[in-house]
Ligand binder design. Sequence first.
Ligand code: LLP
Length: 372
Amino acid sequence: MQTPFYYYDKKLLQETLDVINREASRYAGFHVHYAVKANVDSTVLGMINAAGLGCDCVSGWEVDVCLKAGFPASRVVFAGVGKSDWEINRSLDADIACFNVESAPELDVINELAKAKGKVARVALRVNPDVDAHTHRYITTGLSENKFGIAMNMLDMIVQHAHTLPNIQFEGLHFHIGSQLLDLEPYKRLCERINYLQEELEGKGVRMKSINVGGGLGCDYVSPDENPIPDFASYFRIFADHLALRNGQELHFELGRSVVCQCGSLISRVLYVKEGNNKKFVILDAGMSDLIRPALYQAHHKIENLTAAPGSLKEKYDVVGPICESSDTFGEDELLPTTRRGDLVALRSAGAYGQIMSSNYNCRPTPPSVVL
Ligand code: LLP
């Protein structure tokens, strides 16, 4: 089979979805959306739709992909700091569940476009809660210096403004503090912020139908076999214990990585094993065009030689790709069994933000999927 390719394990994905549904259904009003930006493989999307999750989209193209995959528009929400007019129009036509609005000017544009269609757009306002998610700085989103959301001190004014717009229906607040959170403490602080904001708004007579706390639950990149399914029980419990939901209020989640991360691996073949002065290099046929996370976020994916002779000696290698960039490196001083040309290698935990972030750099084709 031609390498590299992404391999997805349907059984693990189904088990993960079952745990999500089991744990979320313990609490009244909890609704889980899948953040489709993590992976849009058609089988993966089909399974997530069949499990009854909604979709969280961040572009009009993603909205299209979800609708084509069969997700009902009533389960599609649309976030993003820069929504183009066509993306808003497309979503209005489809009658999606909610726009997560990130600024006052965007609110006015949605109102105008909805008015032109004689529609009323349901919106949640995305608030920047200034909560530190303690994650890589490229994937933290809820600090006041980040571009996302509406600053808390402007919220009241914008909520009041939303209520004056005839083609806007205010649904509630939206948050997302960052991605790959393994420590759940920041979610407690998020709950405290939300409780405070909700009381403030209620004091002014504003009621909210729903609250959306975004996504961000991380997965174990170091030990994927020991922890194939993230701890959804503790994650949902944090919100059940710390968020003061009102009677009948809905709580929405937008989980991406935690749903699909562990079910995917990038499978690659060893092209050469090269001796350097003090190093040995394993040169793969997969590169940063196939999996950019190590180059972009200094992320590490566990590397496994799938075809080495059993019991063979372990040696240290730098595992690199074929692309003309020094950052095209998957691991340094990796302890692997003696590795040879032709061996198959798995880069684990690559189901989220792997295939979807692949590019045509060096005119390379993007890697296909194999789902088993
Ligand atoms: N909701 C919003 C508004 C988001 O921006 C994101 C992710 C999510 C939900 C889903 O977050 P998750 O549950 O997947 O953490 N490419 C990076 C991750 C970027 C995440 C961007 N936003 C990576 O490879 O680590």
